[in-house]
Design a protein around this ligand. Structure first.
Ligand code: ASP
Length: 326
C-alpha cells in the first residue's frame, strides 16, 4: 500500500512536471497570465513585474492576456494550468469581489490557488471624456443630475475593479448609469478619449499619463487621503468631495495553481520579494501612483489571510447592491 502511494506520488510529479529542484525548467519561460486586455492597468503592473522577476527567477518571464468576464476567464485558466510554477496569475481585487458577483464561479478563490504574495496597492481615479462640460467634481455632479438616464460609464466587466468602483459611485450619488462593459480598461480608455463613453473609474496605473496629457478630465481619487504623485496630487478625494466613507484601493497579488509544489512556490515568493525591492520596479510603479507592498502581505500566508478578509468585506456590500451575473 505504502509502495503504491509512493508510486502514485511519483507519477503525479512526472505528470505535472513538478520537479521542484528543476524549477525553473531551462529555456522554458514563466508566463504571467493577466486576466484583462493588454495596455491596461493590470497589464502595466504585470509587465513591470515580469521585468523585475527575470533576474531573481533566472528565467524569461512573459505576459499572456486572457481577457473576459471581469477577469474570471484568465483566473480560471491558471486554476486549471499545470502545477509546475511556469504559469502564474497576476490579479487584483477581483479575486475577492467576483465570488459575490457571479452566481456560478468556475473556481474557488481560496481553495484553487497557491498564494504567492502580494505586489502593490493602487488608487483609482474618476475620469471623464475630454469633451465633458464639467471641470470639477461639483460640476460633474450637477451635469450627471441634469443628464439622468443618459450618462454612461465604462468598465472591464462584472467583477472588475472598475465595475466595483462604478457600483460604489452610483450608490453613493444615488444615480443609476448605463454601464458599458469591455474586456479590460485599455479599450474603455480609448472610447473615453474618443467620447464614446462619458465616465470611467480606473486604476492610476492606467490613468496617470492620460491625466497628465489632459486627454481625459480627472475629477477625484478614490483613496481616503490625497495622493503624493505629482500628476495626481491636486485631485480631491471623493470623501472630501462629499461622498462620505467612499474608499476603494486596488491591490494585486500573484497566484499559482493549487498543488504547485511548496519548493516551487517558495522560489517564486523569494523572487517576488527580490522584485519588490528592485529600485527600477519601485520607481516605475511610484510614478503611476502605485505603492509597492513592503509589509507582511508579501508572505503567502498573509496574502491568503488578506484576500479572505477582502472577500468578507466586499461580499455583503455587493450583495446589498443586488448585482449578479450568471
Ligand atoms: N482596470 C481594469 C479593471 O477594472 C482591469 C484592466 O484592464 O486591467 O479591473
Amino acid at each position: 500500500m505504502k509502495q503504491l502511494f509512493t508510486l502514485s506520488l511519483l507519477a503525479l510529479a512526472a505528470l505535472t512536471g513538478a520537479n521542484a529542484a528543476d524549477f525553473p525548467v531551462k529555456d522554458k519561460p514563466i508566463t504571467i497570465v493577466v486576466p484583462f486586455t493588454a495596455g491596461g492597468p493590470t497589464d502595466r503592473v504585470a509587465r513591470d513585474l515580469a521585468e523585475a522577476l527575470r533576474k531573481p527567477l533566472g528565467a524569461n518571464v512573459v505576459v499572456e492576456n486572457v481577457a473576459g468576464a471581469g477577469g474570471t476567464i484568465g483566473a480560471n485558466k491558471v486554476a486549471k494550468a499545470p502545477q509546475d510554477g511556469h504559469t502564474v496569475l497576476l490579479h487584483h481585487i477581483g479575486m475577492a469581489t467576483s465570488p459575490a458577483l457571479y452566481r456560478k464561479m468556475p473556481y474557488n478563490t481560496l481553495e484553487d490557488f497557491e498564494f504567492l504574495g502580494m505586489v502593490n496597492d493602487v488608487p483609482m481615479t474618476l475620469i471623464g471624456r475630454p469633451t465633458l462640460p464639467a471641470n470639477t467634481f461639483k460640476e460633474l455632479q450637477a451635469w450627471i443630475e441634469q443628464n439622468k438616464g443618459k450618462v454612461n460609464l465604462g468598465n472591464a466587466g462584472l467583477g472588475a475593479a472598475s465595475h466595483l468602483c462604478g457600483l460604489l459611485f452610483q450608490d453613493a450619488i444615488k444615480t443609476d448609469m448605463t454601464t458599458v462593459p469591455y474586456k479590460g480598461t485599455a479599450p474603455a480608455m480609448n472610447d473615453l478619449m474618443g467620447g464614446q463613453i462619458d465616465l470611467l473609474c480606473d486604476q492610476s496605473t492606467n490613468t496617470t499619463s492620460q491625466i497628465e496629457g489632459k486627454t481625459v478630465k480627472a475629477f477625484a481619487v478614490t483613496t481616503a487621503k490625497r495622493l503624493t504623485t505629482p500628476a495626481l496630487k491636486n485631485l480631491p478625494t471623493l470623501q472630501e468631495s462629499g461622498l462620505k466613507g467612499f474608499e476603494v484601493t486596488i491591490w494585486h497579488g500573484l497566484y499559482a495553481p493549487k498543488g504547485t509544489p511548496a519548493e516551487v512556490t517558495a522560489k517564486i515568493n523569494k523572487a517576488l520579494k527580490a522584485a519588490l525591492k528592485d529600485p527600477e520596479f519601485i520607481k516605475k510603479q511610484q510614478a503611476l501612483g502605485a505603492v509597492i507592498v513592503t509589509d507582511k502581505r508579501s508572505d503567502p500566508a498573509e496574502h491568503k489571510k488578506f484576500v479572505a478578509a477582502e472577500i468578507a468585506k466586499w461580499g455583503p456590500i455587493i450583495q446589498a447592491a443586488g448585482v449578479y451575473a450568471d
